[in-house]
Ligand binder design. Structure first.
Ligand code: PMP
Length: 286
């Protein structure tokens, strides 16, 4: 990474400094976004910026950048590596205050950070074998719709999945499977695509919306409704989705096979549509 954006300036990462009094550091008092970029072209940038705005509003913060300002920041950050697939990371905190106090400073000056990093292509083995997930009790708070940098619960859950040899932890609250620790959740049952509804208990994934759109465009019937963990266990197919991982087929769940233990036919259809959608973005960028 040659430069990042911090509070209005473009600086080398080694020169980018924030105060130890920053509330992002002290309290995790901030929000963030991750936007995938294909050949210099951000995927659904407007939707990601809208979600950033929703998260900021939810924590009573305003960011001093317009859509056009963000767009020129992105152009400059992406310029050194225009043809590589990248991920843009944006973070806004409530800035720093002279003393450590949970209460908001009267006139906060947000800390605004943006940086780009290369995004790895999917491992070819995933399309052949799928990934493994484990279920875990959802120990997060009740505002999972805010994309907050207070990620300790997600960190512990993802680590627990890692230690169990799994790609992701699927989070279960009151018998309902909600989402992954860093992804949304889909199942296929009798040809229907089902995903839990948006609300305070999960993050409204931008990839989730795109997957639903692609499925509907392909004539697949979709349902956004509560998903009991037993249904998850009996699903024909299970998928997880996120901006950096796209749509991944899950073939093992808590040490048992999902369906016939291979990525399913609907996943192949949606993945083909997703790859075509990306190819279109790349073409538009060329
Ligand atoms: N849920 C959670 C908890 C996440 O952290 C993420 C990824 N940031 C997602 C869902 C997927 O969201 P998106 O498709 O917008 O990356």
């Amino acid at each position: 990474m040659s430069e990042l954006y911090l509070n209005g300036a473009f600086v080398a990462p080694q020169q980018a400094m924030i105060s130890v009094m920053d509330r992002g550091f002290l309290f995790g008092d901030g929000v963030y976004e991750v936007i995938p970029v294909y050949a210099g072209h951000p995927l659904r940038a407007a939707e990601h910026l809208q979600r950033l705005d929703n998260s900021l509003r939810a924590i009573g913060l305003q960011v001093p950048l317009s859509g056009a300002d963000w767009s020129s920041v992105f152009t400059r950050l992406l310029a050194p590596d225009p043809m590589t697939d990248q991920a843009l990371y944006l973070q806004v905190t409530r800035g720093s205050a002279p003393t450590r106090d949970h209460r908001f400073p009267a006139q906060p000056t947000p800390t605004v950070l943006a940086m780009a990093k290369p995004m790895k292509a999917r491992d070819a083995a995933v399309a052949e074998q799928g990934v493994t997930v484990v279920t875990r009790e959802d120990i997060r708070w009740l505002r999972c719709d805010i994309k907050s940098t207070s990620l300790l619960a997600a960190v512990l859950l993802r680590q627990s999945a890692q230690e169990a040899g799994a790609e992701e932890a699927i989070l279960v609250r009151d018998g309902l499977a909600l989402e992954g620790s860093t992804s949304n959740l889909f199942i296929v049952r009798d040809g229907q695509l089902i995903t839990p509804p948006k609300g305070p208990l999960l993050l409204a994934g931008i990839t989730r919306d795109l997957v639903l759109e692609l499925a509907r465009g392909d004539g697949i019937s979709t349902q956004e409704r509560d998903l009991a963990v037993e249904e998850l266990r009996q699903a024909d197919e299970v998928w997880i989705s996120s901006s950096t991982r796209e749509v991944l087929p899950v073939t093992r769940l808590d040490e048992r096979s999902v369906g016939d233990g291979r990525p399913g036919p609907l996943w192949r259809r949606i993945d083909a549509r997703y790859q075509a959608f990306k190819a279109e973005l790349r073409r538009a960028a060329a």
